[in-house]
Design a protein around this ligand. Structure first.
Ligand code: ZN
Length: 133
C-alpha cells in the first residue's frame, strides 16, 4: 500500500513521534524561558538554552496559511491535497495536511483539530481536520 513519505526522526524529534504514536501532540518547551517551539531542535532560539522538556498540546488551532498541492505527484498522496501552517492554541505553529474538507473550501482562520493517522504501526501522522467552533 502506498504510504506518505516518512518524516525525519532523530534524537531531537523522537519525543514528538513517540507522542503521535500515543495519540498526543507533544510540543518542545525550553526549560529556561518556557518558549514553545516546533519543529523540535536542540537549542532555544530565544535564550540559547540546550535544556528542554515538552508539553502535550490540546490539538486545537486554526489555519494560519496553506497551499493546495496539485503537481507534481507525491508518492503515497492523492492530489490535490492541502498543506497548512496551523497556529496552535498554545502559541506555536506546526505544518500538516488538512483533511476532511475539499481543499477549495479551506480558509485562513479556519478552526482545526488534530487527528492521528496510523501509517504502518511504526509511526503515526498528525493531520488536521476542520472543527466546529
Ligand atoms: Zn529559552
Amino acid at each position: 500500500m502506498a504510504q506518505p513519505p516518512r518524516p525525519t526522526m532523530n534524537q531531537d524529534s523522537a519525543f514528538f513521534w513517540e507522542g503521535t504514536l500515543a495519540g498526543e501532540l507533544r510540543i518542545q518547551r525550553c526549560s529556561e524561558c518556557g518558549r514553545l517551539r516546533h519543529p523540535p531542535g536542540p537549542m532555544c532560539p530565544t535564550c540559547n538554552s540546550l535544556e528542554w522538556d515538552s508539553v502535550v498540546a490540546s490539538g486545537r488551532g486554526e489555519v494560519y496559511s496553506f497551499i493546495v498541492h496539485h503537481h507534481p505527484p507525491v508518492y503515497g498522496l492523492e492530489t490535490p491535497f492541502a498543506v497548512a501552517v496551523v497556529a496552535l492554541e498554545e502559541g506555536t505553529r506546526i505544518v500538516g495536511n488538512v483533511v476532511g474538507r475539499d481543499p477549495s473550501e479551506i480558509e485562513v482562520g479556519m478552526p482545526v483539530e488534530v487527528r492521528f493517522v496510523p501509517v504502518d504501526g511504526e509511526w503515526t501522522l498528525p493531520q488536521w481536520q476542520p472543527r466546529e467552533e
